[in-house]
Design a protein around this ligand. Structure first.
Ligand code: AGP
Length: 345
């Protein structure tokens, strides 16, 4: 039975993002002082800063880590909560930034409790002020995404990013970037407008792809990974994300005539390697699609600070995952086998 896209929560929630990001940035900047203090003290005591999350929230942690390091020079590590809990060495005085929209994810709660036992300091970033995570953490930043009904995270993902980037610009010399960060809602609004028709067109041409490969690096490896998760859960398409330079070390063998390869490409020098790779893949027959600020991009996003681009760059991928699902007659709001909150460990 054909699905009416305008009746689905996922599309409505994608379109709410300019406002939810705006609200999250202003609210986080107002209360960031104590978080800033904890992170700066941890760094000056030469203790570790970890960012942990599961699924989409782990990808937000990767982008958050890149921004914190780039803006403040404070080293930090991003982990899935379950791997952190079972394999990392935790020491008294380390700081754990726990990223979770629900604040009730089982793997996250056990990881944070374990970190607390070891004497780690805990900061949570969550969309649920009354969650268990918020209750047990020493400090909580609550994102302003509002209720998210679709199982695939869209507006809660960008709200988590908005909170993490607000923390990142508050550290070290980052403050000069606050005006740039505050441009995010407008850039997202423009990106939604620019990309919707183009993305519907791409989706119609892709029809029902058997796989999609995604390439990105640094902050936008997070975008590639989050995009691949959206394709898997919302559109039921197998998708895999790679750090673009790693693609040459084996995965390139997978590319056949017409294989869709989507890359996040920015004019920042660091992305030149991805651009060269995409040119090469095009000559071998791949169906190359690029998202970024370059003149020849398939979907062109306005220029923006490199480490803040994960917010606008995920938008076309969210919309593409949504339309691929609708085209296949799948309800993207309620993917099979999944629940909104994964309490099982
Ligand atoms: C997101 O689209 C997924 N449904 C899932 O990966 C989710 O991000 C993960 O279960 C973590 O959820 P949390 O943010 O509520 O902790």
């Amino acid at each position: 039975m054909p699905i009416n896209p305008n009746k689905l929560n996922m599309l409505r929630e994608i379109k709410e993002q300019p406002q939810t990001i705006r609200d999250t940035i202003s609210s986080t900047l107002r209360q960031v002082e104590s978080v800033k203090q904890i992170i700066e003290e941890t760094a000056s005591n030469r203790r570790a800063v970890f960012l942990i999350g599961c699924g989409t929230s782990y990808y937000a942690s990767i982008a958050g880590k890149c921004a914190i390091q780039a803006f403040s020079g404070i080293p930090c590590v991003a982990y899935t909560a379950s791997e952190f809990r079972d394999f990392e060495i935790m020491n008294k005085g380390d700081t754990v930034i726990a990223v979770s929209q629900s604040g009730e994810t089982g793997d996250m709660l056990t990881a944070v409790k374990q970190a607390m036992k070891h004497g780690c300091r805990t900061i949570s970033i969550t969309n649920e002020a009354k969650s268990t995570l918020a209750e047990i953490s020493q400090k909580t930043i609550v994102t302003k995404a509002g209720k998210e009904s679709a199982v695939p995270m869209t507006k809660t993902y960008t709200a988590l990013l908005a909170a993490l980037f607000s923390i990142a610009v508050s550290l070290g010399d980052g403050e000069q970037l606050i005006p740039e960060l505050e441009k995010t809602p407008k850039i997202v609004e423009d990106t939604i407008k620019i990309s919707e028709t183009q993305v519907r067109d791409i989706s119609a041409k892709l029809s029902d792809p058997s796989e999609i490969l995604l390439l990105g690096r640094g902050p936008n490896y997070a975008t590639a990974a989050e995009g691949s998760l959206k394709f898997k859960e919302a559109s039921l398409v197998h998708a895999e994300a790679f750090h673009s330079p790693e693609f040459r070390h084996g995965p390139k063998a997978l590319v056949k005539q017409g294989t869709p390869v989507i890359a996040l490409t920015n004019s920042n020098k660091l992305d030149e390697t991805t651009i060269r790779l995409m040119e090469e893949l095009k000559t071998t027959g791949a169906n190359t699609i690029s998202i970024g600020d370059l003149a020849g991009s398939t979907i062109r996003i306005p220029p923006f600070n490199y480490y803040l681009t994960p917010i606008p760059y995920i938008i076309p991928l969210q919309i593409l995952a949504f339309y691929l699902a609708v085209q296949k007659g799948i309800d993207p709001d309620n993917p099979k086998n999944l629940v909104k909150v994964t309490t099982a460990t």
